[in-house]
Design a protein around this ligand. Structure first.
Ligand code: NOJ
Length: 749
């Protein structure tokens, strides 16, 4: 009875909620229309113009150059948004000009790259994805939104939901890895975290699904490069996280720098008008990527900025980030009849709607509040959550001799590696609002657990200062610290080595052809291995590295990514067993760069096996499989999988169950993963596709039956024309703790 009442109340509540939302939307639509009536064409185009923060708002007003022009534009109502400025003082000054000096006083929307935390750095997004913990990921985005909103920010350019299969591409650090299903689930969690239930609340911000689309398939893994793919690849691999973003109500999209099948994404009618705003009914707005409208000229798609503006607006790019193209040309294009004013109205309507939803018209200063900023930024619980998230993001790759976890009594530990004492690198890429050098380093983290260690750098990673805007100059000559490290290692009982990439060696513009340890780190590793094999290798990186040599020579390897503000604490918690690692790889780790792009989600060739024969689909010098597959990760305990069942539930869905047992001696978490293969289809399907997962906690010796329902949608796929089809037949269902190790059953539908 109680259950029935609860269910009824639930239904009443959700109906009331939906009705209230619809009423609110219709009120907003009326207010938008009324405002639109009053706007001149210049002012409308102004809303579509976004500038990078162009003056030190707390200093004198700019008097010359670009900044002066932009300032005047602000006064004239020719700017709709400012990006990458935060803090009550600066934002109040910008908002003052827009609200008090422009004719209609339309408030600005402030955008910012809140990518993994805001003031408190959370692990880079790829690392967070390794947690497979949707609740923790949502919570991380919630905290980031709370901090950003307290600093006056209304809108984040996140999440990046590009599928990334090519570890050479530096921006894999910003995404959720290689898989469309995992990517879609994580996209939803992040968007819910940023936007909450009410966009007008003072601790929520609008999210932005980016980069639409195909950016992660840049040829050769070189950033900004073109992407070429079949439509079925686009629909089945690239679009699912974007579609999921629309389904959970993301308010904005960002288009991308790349061309897709010959058309710049920024100028793509197919992507923005047909799919996003047409098929998916997206009601928010699309911002261009940084100057991507202007870049259509460089692509050879537009003759000049004017032409680029025309192509972009027709294609459905609503806001111009920093190209000066719309503000300089759109008005004239409309007057000349080259662009229909209804397109401008549509774009402005979308932008104003989001501003209304954020509550900016009710109070343009609602997010600008000194007291709140101070209170929120000093909040210690954010650091605790960042530490928790960081622990959950760590992936144990190898623990052959059970060196881990370390005992508190462990004596004579040597810590080596340039990154182990670094307080900046763990903050990773894109952390514009985080204080430099503010992360807990590994050395600091270890100090909380033991004093029985000493630290030596071994080699410098780079020469000079690492900054977001400059290329890193890698040290390839200074070997002066190696001898000392080697001498100390000879007498150590355990050597903890932290090697990898600096936080600024991945991210935008950081493509690499070599996926080894930059500089002299590999040499250092080999020198140390020569005198001491008891090594725990901690790999700090923003992407999968090639760890084949390490895997062959070192007993213990832990993937520690760039874990944010609490990095050192989290790693030390794992090393000393305070937290039992539970992360699983969201991207395959290749054996060599030549295998890249590599994914578990491949198609069978006509000659799949055996690898050792000549005329089969293979490399002469390398295996086909990755070193560590997608979904892989160890624990300090072990898990057994038995009693797998897979049966038809009704004509178009499958029930799967499995018993998972903690067969080791510690409590631990396991990510139980379900994959399928559609055995025969009118379009060849991958040999494995992730379709569901659950993260469970088990005490030692305990078992749990885990159940999954694979519905019709999870057994369907997109054809080349974008049609979503279900084709009955045989499906292989696979369950396991990694894509590389599964139990299988075949089900006929
Ligand atoms: C360019 C990047 O591609 C995009 O991801 C970012 O949000 C914008 N710059 C704004 O900083």
């Amino acid at each position: 009875m109680r259950l029935i009442i609860a269910l009824m109340l639930g239904v009443i509540f959700s109906v009331a909620h939906v009705t209230a939302f619809a009423e609110e939307q219709s009120k907003i639509a009326k207010r938008v229309d009324a405002l639109l009536q009053k706007m001149t064409l210049t002012e409308k185009v102004g809303q579509m113009n976004q500038y990078n923060g162009f003056w030190d708002a707390t200093g004198p007003v700019p008097e010359q150059g670009d900044a002066k022009t932009k300032y005047e534009h602000l006064q004239q109502g020719r700017v709709g948004s400012i990006l990458n400025v935060a803090g009550h003082e600066a934002l109040r000054e910008f908002q003052d000009v827009a609200v008090k000096q422009s004719r209609l006083g339309i408030p600005l929307i402030f955008g910012f790259d809140v990518i993994h935390g805001h003031n408190t750095a959370f692990p880079i997004p790829l690392a967070e994805a390794a947690s497979w913990d949707l609740t923790a990921i949502e919570q991380g985005a919630r905290i980031a939104a709370t901090e950003a909103a307290a600093q006056g920010v209304n809108w984040t350019f996140a999440p990046m939901v590009d599928i990334s299969r090519d570890a050479r591409w530096g921006r894999v650090a910003e995404g959720a890895g290689e898989d469309p299903y995992l990517g879609a689930e994580i996209a939803k969690a992040r968007i819910k975290g940023f936007q909450g239930d009410d966009l007008a609340a003072v601790d929520t911000i609008a999210a932005c699904a980016k980069h639409f689309a195909g950016y992660g398939y840049a040829e050769g893994g070189r950033d900004y490069n073109h992407a070429d793919m079949s439509y079925s690849t686009l629909y089945n691999e690239v679009l699912p996280p974007f579609k999921a973003a629309v389904e959970v109500g993301v308010r904005t999209f960002m288009n991308s720098f790349n061309t897709l099948n010959g058309v710049p994404a920024t100028g793509s009618i197919m992507l923005q008008r047909d799919i996003l705003k047409g098929e998916w009914g997206f009601g928010g707005f699309v911002v261009s990527d940084w100057a991507s409208i202007m870049e259509m000229t460089k692509h050879g798609y537009a003759t000049d900025d004017r032409h680029a503006s025309q192509l972009a607006v027709i294609a459905g790019s609503d806001m111009d980030m920093q190209s000066f193209a719309y503000v300089n040309h759109l008005e004239d294009l409309v007057t000349a009849g080259a662009v229909d004013e209804s397109l401008i109205d549509d774009a402005v309507r979308r932008i104003l709607t989001v501003k209304f939803e954020l509550g900016l018209f009710d109070d343009p200063y609602r997010y600008i509040n000194k007291k709140r900023e101070e209170e929120v930024l000093g909040n210690n619980t954010h650091l605790k959550a960042a530490r928790e998230m960081a622990k959950r993001s760590i992936v144990l790759l190898k623990n052959e001799t059970n060196l881990l976890p370390l005992s508190k009594k462990q004596k004579n530990i040597l810590v080596v590696g340039p990154l182990a004492n670094d307080k900046n690198s763990p903050l990773g890429t894109w952390r514009l609002a985080v204080k430099d050098d503010s992360a807990i380093s590994l050395v600091e983290g270890l100090q909380q657990h033991t004093s029985a260690f000493q630290y030596t750098q071994g080699v410098k990673l780079s020469i000079g200062k690492e900054t977001f805007a400059d290329p890193i100059v890698v040290n390839t000559t200074d070997r002066s610290g190696i001898a000392e490290a080697k001498a100390l290692a000879k007498n150590a009982e355990v050597v903890v080595m932290m090697l990898g990439e600096h936080g600024y060696q991945s991210g935008e513009g950081r493509s690499r052809t070599d996926l080894g340890f930059p500089g002299l780190q590999q040499e250092l590793l080999e020198e140390i291995v020569a005198v001491n094999k008891n090594i725990i290798l901690l790999v700090a990186s923003g992407r999968p590295l090639v760890l084949s040599w390490a895997d062959a020579h070192i007993p213990t390897i832990v993937q520690t990514w760039q874990l944010g503000s609490e990095s050192g604490h989290a790693i030390a918690d794992v090393l000393f067993g305070g937290y039992n690692p539970s992360g699983k790889l969201p991207m395959s780790f290749p054996r060599s760069v030549g295998q890249v792009p590599i994914s578990y989600r491949v198609f069978s060739t006509g000659r799949p096996e055996p690898e050792e024969k000549v005329f089969w689909s293979r490399y002469m010098d390398e295996k086909n499989s990755p070193l560590y597959p997608f979904g892989y990760g160890l624990s300090y305990t072990t898990f057994g999988y038995t009693n797998m069942q897979a049966e038809v539930r009704d004509k178009a869905s499958i029930r799967v169950s499995i018993t998972v047992k903690n067969t080791g001696k510690r409590q631990g978490e396991e990510v139980v993963q379900v994959y399928i293969r559609d055995k025969v289809a009118s379009l060849v399907r991958p040999v494995k596709e992730l379709k569901s997962f659950k993260k469970i906690l088990l005490k030692p010796g305990k078992s749990k039956e885990v159940e999954f329902i694979l519905d019709r949608d999870s057994l369907s796929f997109y054809k080349d024309d974008g049609k979503f089809v279900f084709e009955p037949g045989d499906f292989e269902v696979m369950v396991g703790g990694s894509s590389g190790s599964v139990l299988t059953k075949t089900v006929s539908l």
